[in-house]
Design a protein around this ligand. Structure first.
Ligand code: GDP
Length: 528
């Protein structure tokens, strides 16, 4: 071991010197150096219209506009502090859809509000003081008592669940001019960059309400008990035992505006329910013209930190960048809907072959060499907790030719075997894989899985959803999603979902955006 490492050091040293000597020459001949030197030669105006996407010259209308996602992102950040913020766009495959001018304006206003009221400001200290001393507050529907009102996101379940709930809570905050703060647990630290310039979304550690993760067991103030409350606890998880069921009722929505402090725990994508409330109808129509809430708000909020971005980009360039096409395959098996690995693999292959996503293999007979197409391989990016699927898929495509001569390379970044949401590094890998999946050309995801909703939403791709055995998986292998939006799994138990004060025959446009999920019976999703 020792000898090997000193050999490695010497060889590395010699290689470094050789590389340094050859560097000028390399700079002249390599593709990237060609780009760099050409970049220097180009007049500024032309440079701005050319991107270096995938190492090739790609004409772009406006580089800055591209980088800021059509104005979705603020330009007020130091790029180096969070490389993914402005870089991720060069990895997503389909052309960006611009946000509406109304959404852009709303985000800029929100950023100003967050900066004015965020942690460390005088107004924040005042709000904390108010929280400590306001046990006798009276609340009137629709009337916020101060400028600075807060909604604290409390995490629940795995990373996918957390992220969809976070995006939903942010939309709720945007709609109500509330400041979003995150109760960041140790397992969630160093995953995502700060999304709002010049401030922080992290709830300070000395926040006076303690034990936020367990508050649901006996919350002192909820929607059913709002009198004289300094804050309200809102429990919006799939498990409705303790739920603030009235949350989606229009009267409640108006009442909640008057509370300076809301603590909200959810593992759900409750956005479709907000679309069903007439309180937000006008505003949502101006903010979103299509079913693309997660697409925009996810790209606005979810920037992997530099350490996670390092994992993502290194893996991408090592295994995926040269592929002709990347097929993302996300496999999730739930204890509540067991399926054998044989059945799962059969379902995946039936779906991929029927839909023409992957080529079939020739099991019998010798390979006809003329069938082998000498082009770049198609890559399968497989993500799952287990290693068995990778071995079997890889062996199948290695041992047998494909009918169309395509070469298939299978890659799996990790196999953690078990969910360990309490471990930060485990969550970093999960985030890395969600992002890598979002860089694919095509997605096949597992029904019911919020893990898969994140890449589908970020990429703006409509995945083929593998149906769960309890959701029709025996008769249908997969269904194409009608939109890229996540599904709100459990709206049934909440009162007032769909309550609308509208005249008979009147069909609002936003209502038409809310439909059924392909993968979850009774679920609601935004549809295009
Ligand atoms: P859901 O349970 O499928 O809805 O998704 P969640 O993300 O909420 O919870 C599942 C958790 O299990 C993830 O957050 C990961 O911690 C882990 N997990 C599940 N599938 C994968 C996978 O393909 N890759 C990695 N790295 N982790 C996974």
């Amino acid at each position: 071991m020792e000898r090997q490492s000193s050999w490695v050091k010497k060889t590395t040293g010699a290689m470094t010197i050789t590389c340094l000597m050859l560097l000028p020459l390399l700079l002249l001949v390599t593709q990237s150096a060609f780009n760099t030197s050409l970049d220097r030669l180009l007049p500024h105006g032309i440079r701005a219209r050319i991107g270096w996407k995938d190492g090739s010259l790609t004409p772009r209308d406006d580089d800055d506009d591209d980088k800021l996602l059509g104005g979705l992102l603020s330009g007020d950040f130091d790029e180096a502090s969070c490389l993914s913020r402005y870089d991720a766009v060069s990895y997503w495959k389909n052309p960006s859809r611009p946000p509406s001018p109304h959404l852009v304006a709303k985000l800029r206003r929100y950023e100003a509000l967050h900066k004015r009221c965020g942690p460390g400001t005088e107004l924040f200290e005042k709000a904390i003081h108010h929280l400590n001393s306001s046990a006798s507050s009276n609340h009137t529907a629709g009337e916020p008592t101060t400028d600075c009102n807060y909604v604290v996101w409390v995490p629940s379940d795995g990373l996918g669940n957390r992220i969809i709930a976070l995006v939903s809570t942010f939309l709720y905050a945007l709609l109500n001019d509330k400041v979003l703060l995150l109760h960041l647990t140790d397992d969630f630290l160093d995953l995502l960059c700060e999304p709002f310039p010049g401030t922080s979304w992290s709830l300070p550690q000395d926040f006076p309400v303690g034990d936020l993760l367990n508050i649901y067991e006996n919350p002192p103030w909820t929607l059913s008990n709002p009198q004289n409350a300094p804050y309200l606890y809102l429990h919006l998880t799939h498990d409705q035992r303790f739920s603030a069921h009235g949350f989606f009722c229009e009267d409640s929505q108006l009442l909640l505006r008057s509370f300076q402090w809301l603590l909200l725990r959810s593992n759900q994508y409750f956005v479709p329910a907000l679309f069903r409330s007439s309180v937000y109808e006008k505003e949502l129509k101006l903010m979103f013209s299509e079913a693309d809430v997660f697409y925009h708000l996810g790209r606005y909020l979810l920037h992997p930190t530099n350490s996670v971005w390092g994992y993502i980009t290194r893996y991408y360039h090592a295994y995926l960048a040269d592929a002709e096409q990347i097929v993302g395959l996300q496999i999730r098996v739930f204890r509540s809907a067991p399926i054998s690995s044989d059945q799962m693999l059969a379902q995946i292959l039936n779906c991929s072959w029927q839909e023409g996503l992957l080529p079939q293999v020739i099991i019998e007979g010798a390979m006809n060499s003329s069938r082998w197409r000498r082009n770049k391989p198609k890559a399968v990016l497989l993500t799952t907790l287990y290693s068995g699927y990778y071995e079997r898929l890889r062996s199948m495509y290695n041992e047998h030719p494909t009918v169309d001569g395509e070469v298939i390379a299978v890659h799996q970044p990790s196999h953690e075997e078990k969910q360990h949401t309490e471990e930060r590094n485990h969550n970093k890998k999960a985030l890395m894989e969600m992002y890598l999946l979002s860089f694919c050309d095509v997605l096949v995801t597992s029904g019911y899985s919020t893990f898969g909703y994140v890449p589908q939403g970020l990429s703006g791709l409509r995945p083929w959803i593998l149906m769960r055995p309890d959701g029709g998986g025996e008769s249908v292998n997969c269904r194409r999603a009608v939109s890229t939006e996540p599904c709100f799994h459990a709206p049934m138990g909440y009162w007032c979902i769909g309550e609308r004060k509208r005249k008979e025959g009147e069909e609002e446009e936003v209502m038409r955006l809310v439909g059924k999920c392909e993968d979850v019976a009774g679920g609601l999703k935004l549809v295009s």
